[in-house]
Design a protein around this ligand. Structure first.
Ligand code: ATP
Ligand code: MG
Ligand code: MG
Ligand code: MG
Length: 471
């Protein structure tokens, strides 16, 4: 099944059941309780759950296909990207919602009908989890739907969903697909060692509380239903693959990444991670910029900058000299533009921004790499790069510590990380003293300036305007 078919199958099913189809909202959420990025379908509906705005749907139901980014805050999957086969930093969430209307007795059988009849997934390979306190949900799954009780498991905090540090939340009930013994031990989703085998693809949340900033819970004005099902996870299940990179736009982007890097999946671990990461990060940067995020040194812009740089970093590790972001972004717009006109409209903006970021960061990488190579040449075999040198690369050229480590490792060297941290702390203290003190510290700063000038000449520092805590 293609993504576009799945989106319409989902939407039609819920529209036939009285839901209003609502378009995806921006990745930049508006509600004060929201985290940095839209990370789930329910986020645009928060005011309805809270009773802050009248529910404009009659009946009080909605369905959506929401673009989501999980790259910051409570749901942050960024570190797993490329390594995890089932986590993306950008993905689409299929949803159906009730705001004080239907509840578990309708939502649970509909979920089963959707999964087994509309999507044709083999129900015998689906496992269910419910919250440890939720007899009601378990009974509906067992008695009304007919799922055998030995495939229904009770979990604690994994079956309590929260939007962010604050916001609506509640117990949940999830569906997992069993990819079979070649993917791990049995025992169902309750077995943490089997998470590659039982892949979660569908979450029924029963929002009933609001988490306040002090951690306490209050009751929601409109409790109801909040379903979030991963579009790419379902495409994976339908394709018989626990890897989401078989889903159409991702498969196309992996292919494009192969073309751009000259590496192919299956050649090496680093290559596989890089190809998947390039495919994933391309979608994330494209959609974030189209939704109005600009690379910067703080907040959302900083996360975006890290994502762009991480993609370039991995291409760089594969020795790719030519720009990778622009061709990948073009391809992303080609394959997803029909479904998301905002990226077509934003094409020039997105391409302009990624090209500029890539040019600047590549310059940083080049200058830093030369210095790093010279320093590594000085070491004995298997030696360790002093922390002070790693710090200088970071501080003067904006050369990320992770890159230093990766390059050093590829050549069989280590990096003195505690030494790096110490140099960093020392510099912070000096800066603090400088801000407080005046005289002596500014002389220090002046001496440091003279030293840099002597070492590098009065040229423009390409590394200087890069952020100092790079990804
Ligand atoms: P996981 O436990 O696999 O990290 P989750 O419990 O964090 O997933 P939910 O917050 O319940 O996910 O989100 C609802 C659905 O969205 C999930 O059941 C899954 O299908 C999908 N999903 C969540 N995170 C991702 C991701 N990083 N990439 C792709 N799909 C995701
Ligand atoms: Mg998660
Ligand atoms: Mg989960
Ligand atoms: Mg979940």
């Amino acid at each position: 099944m293609r993504a576009s078919e799945l989106r319409s199958a989902w939407t039609n099913f819920f529209v036939e059941r009285g839901h209003t189809a609502v378009p995806s909202s921006s990745l930049i959420p508006t509600h004060p309780s929201a985290p940095m990025f839209t990370n789930s379908g329910m986020m645009q509906f928060v005011p309805y759950f809270l009773g802050e705005e009248p529910v404009p749907f009659d009946p009080r139901r909605a369905t959506s296909v929401q673009r989501c980014v999980r790259a910051g805050g409570k749901h942050n999957d960024l570190d797993a990207i490329g390594r995890s086969l089932r986590h993306l930093s950008f993905f689409e969430m299929l949803g159906n919602f009730s705001f004080g209307d239907y509840f578990k007795a309708e939502a649970i059988p509909w979920a089963w009908e959707m999964v087994t009849e509309v999507l044709g997934i083999d129900g015998d390979r689906v496992w269910v989890t419910v919250h440890e306190s939720d007899d009601e949900a378990e009974d509906i799954w067992a008695d009304a739907v007919g799922v055998p009780r030995d495939r229904i498991q009770r979990l604690g905090k994994d079956n309590f969903w929260e939007m962010g540090e604050t916001g609506p939340c509640g117990p949940s009930s999830e569906l997992f697909f069993d990819f079979g013994p070649e993917w791990g031990p049995d025992g169902g989703p309750a077995n943490p060692a089997a998470e590659e085998r039982y892949v979660e693809f569908y979450n029924n949340v029963f929002p009933q509380y609001f988490r306040r900033a002090d951690g306490s819970l209050t009751d929601l004005e409109n409790r109801g239903i909040d379903v979030g099902a991963g579009l790419e996870r379902i495409l994976g299940v339908l394709a018989g693959s626990p890897s989401l990179y078989v889903a159409d736009s991702l498969a196309t982007l992996v292919d494009e990444a192969q073309g751009v890097t000259g590496h192919r999946l299956g050649e090496s671990d680093l290559g596989d991670i890089a190809l998947r990461l390039l495919a994933d990060h391309t979608r994330t940067m494209t959609f974030l910029i189209a939704d109005g995020v600009i690379p910067s040194n703080e907040d959302r812009g900083y996360v975006l900058r890290r994502i762009i740089r991480r993609a370039i970093r991995f291409a760089y590790l594969l020795d790719v000299e030519t720009p990778v972001c622009p061709p990948l972004v073009e391809r992303c717009i080609d394959v997803m533009g029909d479904d998301y006109p905002e990226i077509v409209n934003g094409r020039d903006l997105v391409l302009g921004i990624v090209s500029r970021e890539e040019d600047r960061f590549r310059q940083t990488l080049r200058t830093g790499s030369q210095t790093l190579d010279t320093e590594l040449d000085k070491l004995d075999e298997g030696g360790t790069l002093p922390g002070a040198v790693a710090f200088q690369l970071h501080d003067t050229y904006g050369f990320p510590l992770e890159v230093t480590q990766e390059v050093a490792e590829l050549r069989g060297f280590g990096v003195d990380r505690p030494g790096f941290e110490a140099a960093m702390t020392e510099q912070r203290e000096r800066a603090k003293a400088g801000r407080k003190g005046g005289g002596a510290a500014s002389e220090d700063a002046m001496a440091e300036y003279q030293r840099i000038l002597a070492e590098h000449g009065p040229t423009v520092f390409t590394g200087r305007e890069e952020e100092s805590t790079t990804a």
